[in-house]
Structure formats: structure tokens, C-alpha cells
Design a protein around this ligand. Structure first.
Ligand code: G6P
Length: 398
């Protein structure tokens, strides 16, 4: 059933639309009465909690999924998280220690660079954890422990449903590791409530299909498309741009909005289209308040710091929009529902409105319109959606 296109013209479109179902399957049996249960990790949980560092390792879309999960992993576990692209880790012979937990993320579980990085981490004594879609894959077999994402078979070369399921699984891993901390209880409850509603909200965002097709029509002849994101949605900018370049064969770059003034601003004019991701982050990167604070104090601190940090971050992204407007930038702004007049008071920019969800799940919502955009751009430009030139679903050579 899964390897037929059904009513869809392409696997990529089918897989984009399967996401409400694949996310449900990813979570099935793992969230019970507000508690996350991940059988594949339970024997190693003590070691993971004592790690000096968590290292996320992957390639392409899988790397982006890990990047999207990094803020919540740090916030809920109090363990520093570093990022490694597998090939770069090997090129540098990056330092890795036996006190590290190395998390390998791979849809196929067979990507050569990721597997070589796994060998390297094993040799260096790190605890190796796998996050993969493929039961019985080399990654699943060689890691000490892990979690299958259960996204279902993904045929399109451009990864879509595996990306969102990888993020959900890594959020669940963060919840499981951090489940002994009183200080983050309220946040964990919010996330678990958010996960329960997520498939339905993804279903709603898929309604933007027609709007994304019309946006694609307006971009069909462009040479380049920039995407700016920050915080939880830096990964969204990178992943959105990767989708556009790999299938629509259009130059596209995802950039950290905070870096805009250090170079990319020079590119801005009235012609170059720029997507700015400016959805609200309600509790962005709360400071790590330790368990020994009283609960009341913590709640008060949590509320005040949430407001301050939210206003700070949100207004930072608004200031990016203003700076781009001042240079007559051609903007397409992704914002939370109801914020259109706030982010574009003069109504000059195109707006993509999406539902606001708990901050760590927002990248899952935000990537959907960009997947749809990449899909429609590809079809309109007449390229092969499911098998882009020069690319393979799984790169098994170095
Ligand atoms: C290839 C695919 C990408 C994928 C990457 C990593 O480059 O074209 O879509 O993200 O490999 O694959 P993995 O199976 O390790 O997630």
C-alpha cells in the first residue's frame, strides 16, 4: 500500500500529505498518561542522563531534524548538545569521549558517512544511540540503543515525512531524558499536550496547498530564494532551502537571521525573494533554573522570563523584517495566525499564516508550507519530483 502513489501524482506529494498519519504512528504507544515510554532506551537511561555532552550526528535532512531538536534537548536535559555533520566529523577527527552520548540520525540507517562516524564514535567509547526509520538497518544494528521513527516507507528522494517524525522522536527522547526534573514539569506537560494535538494541526496546515501553489507560480522564474530563520526555526530555514534546491533545482539558502547584517544583507533588493520565518516562540530558551529553587519561585520566574525572552526574540525577528523592508526587500513572511498585520503593517509582503504551537513543535508546522512550495515549484518548472537529477535516496558511498 505504502509503495503505491494512490490518488497522488508523485510520492513526494503523497508523503507530505501522509504526515498527520505518520506522526501519529511515530507517537503510538509511546505517550501514556502524560509519560513518555521509549523501550529502546530504558536500559541506557542512567548513562545518558550522566553524559557530559550529547552529540547529534547526521547528513542532509536528518542533520536538520537534529538541529531543530537541539534547543529542546538542551532545555529539558541540562546537557550541552553539539552538532556534527557526519562527513565533517570524520574530516576533523572531532574529539569524542566515552562520557558522550552520540545520537545518530538517519532515515535509511545506511548513509555511508553516518555509519563511518558511528564506527569512529564506537571506537572512542561513546554511548551510541540511533534514530532511524529502517528496522534492521546497519545503524539500528550497530548502535547500543535507539528509537525507530516509524514514519512508514519513504520513496521520494526528498525526505519529508521522515523529517517531521525524526523531530517528534527527538522531542520525545528529550522528554524521556528530562523526565526526572521538577523544574521543567510544566514545560513537559505543555509539550505532551502539544504532541497530542499535533497531527490535527499538521492536517490543517496542509490546507495551505493551494496558497503554496500560487506562491510557487509567482516564483517559477526566479534564480534564487533566501530563507531566514532563528532559534527553533533556524533548521526550518535550512531544510526549506534544501527542499527547494534538491527538487526544484533552484538556488536557495537557509540563513540564520541573526547573521543577516554580517553579509547577506548586501544581497537584498526589490527583486530577490526572501522567506522570513517569524512565527511566535512562546517560551523560547528559558534559562536553566535548577531543581533546588522553590516551585513557586520557579513558576514566577518561568512566567516573567518567558514574557521577556519571548518579546525579545519575537521583536528581534520583527526588526529583521523592518531592516529588510527598509532595503525594499521582496518578502514572504511566515507568521503565526492573526499576526499578519503585525509583521507586515503596510501589507506589502506576502504572508503565510500558520497555527502557533509549543515552541519545540513549531518547526514541524512551519516546514509543511515549505515542503509544499518546493513540490509545486518543481512541478511547475518541469523537473522530476521523486528522482531529482544526480541525487540518491540513500548515499551508501563516501
Ligand atoms: C541523501 C538524501 C537526503 C537525506 C540524506 C541523509 O542525500 O537525498 O534526502 O537527507 O541522504 O540520508 P539518511 O538516510 O541518512 O537520513
Amino acid at each position: 500500500e505504502q509503495i503505491k502513489k494512490g490518488d497522488f501524482d508523485h510520492f513526494m506529494k503523497k508523503e507530505i500529505h501522509e504526515q498527520p498519519g505518520s506522526l501519529t504512528t511515530s507517537m503510538r504507544g509511546r505517550l501514556k498518561d502524560g509519560i513518555v515510554g521509549l523501550g529502546g532506551l530504558k536500559d541506557h537511561m542512567r548513562t545518558i542522563r550522566r553524559s557530559r555532552r550529547i552529540i547529534f550526528i547526521g547528513c542532509g535532512t536528518s542533520f536538520h531534524a537534529a538541529l531543530a531538536a537541539r534547543p529542546i534537548m538542551e532545555e529539558l536535559t541540562d546537557i550541552p548538545v553539539t552538532m556534527e555533520i557526519a562527513s565533517d566529523m570524520l574530516d576533523r577527527k572531532a574529539l569524542i569521549f566515552k562520557e558522550d552520548t552520540a545520537v545518530f540520525v538517519s532515515q535509511s540507517g545506511e548513509t555511508a558517512d553516518t555509519l563511518l562516524a558511528l564506527e569512529y564514535a564506537l571506537e572512542n567509547g561513546a554511548l551510541c544511540l540511533g534514530v532511524t526509520n529502517t528496522v534492521g538497518s546497519t545503524l539500528a544494528r550497530k548502535t547500543h540503543c535507539g528509537v525507530h521513527i516509524n514514519a512508514g516507507c519513504e520513496i521520494g528522494v526528498a525526505s519529508t515525512k521522515a523529517y517531521t517524525c525524526q523531530i517528534v522522536v527527538m522531542v520525545m527522547i528529550a522528554l524521556a531524558i528530562g523526565s526526572d526534573k521538577l523544574s521543567t514539569l510544566a514545560k513537559r506537560e505543555d509539550i505532551i499536550a502539544g504532541l497530542t494535538k499535533l497531527p490535527e494541526q499538521v492536517h490543517d496546515v496542509l490546507e495551505l496547498d493551494g496558497e503554496m501553489k500560487s506562491l510557487a507560480e509567482s516564483l517559477i522564474d526566479e534564480q534564487s530564494l533566501l530563507m531566514f530563520g532563528r532559534g527553533n526555526n533556524y533548521a526550518t530555514a535550512l531544510e526549506g532551502a534544501l527542499k527547494v534546491k534538491e527538487v526544484a533545482l533552484m538556488h536557495s539558502e537557509g540563513m540564520l537571521a541573526g547573521e543577516m547584517k554580517h553579509g547577506p544583507l548586501a544581497l537584498v533588493d526589490e527583486y530577490l525573494p526572501i522567506i522570513v520565518i517569524a512565527t511566535r516562540d512562546d517560551t523560547f530558551r528559558l534559562c536553566n533554573v535548577r531543581d533546588n529553587n522553590s516551585h513557586l519561585f520557579y513558576c514566577f520566574f518561568f512566567l516573567v522570563s518567558s514574557c521577556i525572552i519571548f518579546l525579545f526574540i519575537y521583536s528581534k525577528q520583527q526588526s529583521v523584517i523592518q531592516q529588510l523592508h527598509a532595503r525594499k526587500g521582496r518578502l514572504i513572511v511566515m507568521c503565526s495566525k492573526g499576526d499578519a498585520s503585525l509583521v507586515c503593517p503596510d501589507g506589502r509582503s506576502r504572508v503565510i499564516e500558520v497555527p502557533q504551537v509549543v515552541d519545540c513543535l513549531q518547526p514541524i508546522i512551519n516546514i509543511i508550507p515549505l515542503q509544499l512550495l518546493a513540490y509545486h515549484l518543481t512541478v511547475l518548472r518541469g523537473y522530476n519530483v521523486d528522482q531529482p537529477r544526480n541525487l540518491a535516496k540513500s548515499v551508501t558511498t563516501q
